[in-house]
Each structure stands twice: as structure tokens, then as C-alpha cells.
Write a protein that binds this ligand. Structure first.
Ligand SMILES: [Zn+2]
Length: 314
């Protein structure tokens, strides 16, 4: 590698479909970037792919350190990945392994935590001291900034806000969670699809029922496009999802009394179709003493992961 620059780090955003990398300046500006599809064949293959990606993005400027946002539950005491969603990383001393492979200091955190860190430093929550972030995608992730610090819990696996149940008799959760009615299933892509099926069944002569009969699977991407075009049934779908999210956000605001709640992730692309019913449900329920939190869309989009990962070490 070329001479190390004290003012640049690499941020890696590891996801189930792609690994994104960026060389990031100390002002949290992206200098260069690269991405490859995630090779899921084995842990060893995946680690080698990450190593090559770091080398390719830092061929002109060697980074002082590398930060990782991982879709994982992490034990920060030992830099250890306990378990992961959609990637083959489990029971691995990730921090030590990558530091040894890359020859620079490494920090790791959960992907939702790094997104929260980025939105707090330079995005929708900049300037706040207390921030709740919820990321809505295949699953639902969470991040917390409390009293001006990213909060991780006793071992570093806290802030799993997606596993807050908002319906004790709701559908079974996904993955290793044994609970029911978690945001993870009700406000994720899964939740959007379930709500779309419900609206299609409630309106057998409506547009969604017709689309379903024509073979459309009413997935989240499709429903977001319909909502953005102002389709009435799609608005009803996101109203269902938004009410669930609003219950969760109310719980979080009552507990943490943040200045701002940031809603990010792919599902947040539904925009006001999702955020307006979320705010309505929140206004209806929130305690007067904790009310006043702004509920806003994330600003950094797909760059939140690499920026937040780099921010771990900058
Ligand atoms: Zn759950």
C-alpha cells in the first residue's frame, strides 16, 4: 500500500447483496468508492473478498484505519461477531482477523448503528444530543445516540429497536427472534407485502387485486412506486405500516425523549406516504412530557453505511 494518510479511512458497508467500500476524508467526504456483489459461499471466501475490496479502494491513498458496518450482532468487548443476518459470519473474532489481514487498526459495529452515527454526524440528526434511528429494509434495524454518544449496551449488541414488539399477538418474528409482532415483521419489506396482500383482499375489484391476479407479487419496491405515484390503495398499505411504526416510535420517544427520530432504509423511500401516518399515530399516543421529537427521513441514503463505518475510526 502507498504511504498512509492520517486523514483518510476506509468505510465498509457489508450487506447481503453487495459489499460497499469508500475512502473517506476526516471531514467525512467520500474520496473514492467501490462495490462488489457479496460472495456468500463461505466465511473464508467472504473475508478474502472484503480484503481485496479494501485494497482496491485504497490503492492511491493508504487509510489510517478501516471501519466496518456489519449486519451482525456484535460483542464489542472482544470485537467479536456473534451472529449475522444474510451473510456467513458467525462466532468470529472479526476485528482481530481483519486487523491482521489489513495491517491497520479496525473498528466494527452493527450496520444500523453506523447509519445512525453518520446521520448524527453529517445527516438528518446533526446537532442533536439524543437521536433514535430506525432503518426499514428486509428487516428493521436501530441506532441510538444518547447524551451525545452512540449507545451500544453492556456488550455492544443493544439498540435492536426492530425487535420491539408493537403487537403482542402479531405475526411471528423472523430469524432468531422468538417474539411476535416486532417492527422487524410489521414495518419491514415483509410488513409492506403483508399489508398489500391485506388491502388487495379487502378490495377484490381494486387495482392491487387486479395486479395480483396478473402475477404481480406486490413486493415493497412495487408498492413504493405505486405510493409515489399517488395510488390510493398503496397509500392505504403504507398507512397500515406507518401506524405500526408510529406505535414503535411512540414507545421509543417515551423512553428516550430524543430531539429527533430518523427513519431510514429502503422502505423509507415511500416518503410521506409512510411518514405522515407514522406522525399521526405518534401524535395520538405520545406522552405530553416527551412530545416534541421531530420525525424525519434520513438524508444520506445508501452512503450512510460507508460514511458511518469510516466515522467509527475518524
Ligand atoms: Zn423480533
Amino acid at each position: 500500500m502507498p504511504d498512509s494518510s492520517p486523514s483518510a479511512a476506509v468505510g465498509i458497508d457489508l450487506g447481503g447483496t453487495s459489499i460497499k467500500a469508500a475512502l473517506v476524508s476526516d471531514r467525512l467526504e467520500i474520496v473514492s468508492r467501490s462495490a462488489v456483489p457479496t460472495d456468500l459461499r463461505s466465511q473464508g471466501v467472504l473475508l478474502s473478498a472484503i480484503e481485496r475490496l479494501v485494497e482496491s479502494v485504497s490503492k492511491d491513498t493508504a487509510p489510517s484505519a478501516v471501519g466496518f458496518g456489519l449486519p451482525s450482532q456484535i460483542d464489542q468487548r472482544h470485537g467479536r461477531v456473534l451472529d449475522s443476518t444474510n451473510v456467513p459470519l458467525e462466532d468470529l473474532d472479526f476485528k482481530a482477523e481483519m486487523a491482521s489481514r489489513l495491517g491497520v487498526p479496525v473498528e466494527i459495529d452493527n450496520d444500523a448503528n453506523v447509519a445512525c452515527l453518520a446521520e448524527w454526524r453529517i445527516g438528518a440528526a446533526r446537532g442533536a444530543q439524543n437521536v433514535v434511528m430506525v432503518t426499514l429494509g428486509t428487516g428493521v434495524g436501530g441506532g441510538l445516540v444518547l447524551d451525545g454518544r452512540l449507545y451500544r449496551g453492556s456488550i455492544g449488541s443493544g439498540a435492536e429497536l426492530g425487535h420491539m414488539s408493537v403487537d403482542e399477538n402479531g405475526p411471528h418474528c423472523q430469524g432468531h427472534c422468538n417474539s411476535r409482532g416486532c417492527l422487524e415483521v410489521l414495518a419491514s419489506a415483509t410488513g409492506v407485502m403483508a399489508a398489500a396482500q391485506q388491502i388487495a383482499s379487502d378490495h377484490p375489484y381494486g387495482g392491487l387485486a387486479a395486479a395480483r391476479a396478473a402475477g404481480e407479487d406486490l413486493d415493497a419496491r412495487y408498492m413504493i412506486d405505486r405510493a409515489r405515484a399517488g395510488d390510493e390503495e398503496a397509500m392505504q398499505v403504507f398507512a397500515i405500516v406507518g401506524r405500526h411504526l408510529g406505535v414503535g416510535v411512540t414507545n421509543l420517544v417515551n423512553i428516550f425523549n430524543p430531539e429527533v427520530v430518523v427513519i431510514g432504509g429502503g422502505i423509507a423511500a415511500a416518503g410521506e406516504a409512510l411518514l405522515a401516518p407514522t406522525r399521526e399515530e405518534y401524535e395520538r399516543r405520545v406522552l405530553r412530557a416527551t412530545a416534541g421529537a421531530r420525525i424525519v427521513a434520513a438524508e444520506l441514503g445508501n452512503d450512510a453505511g460507508v460514511l458511518g463505518a469510516a466515522a467509527l475510526v475518524l
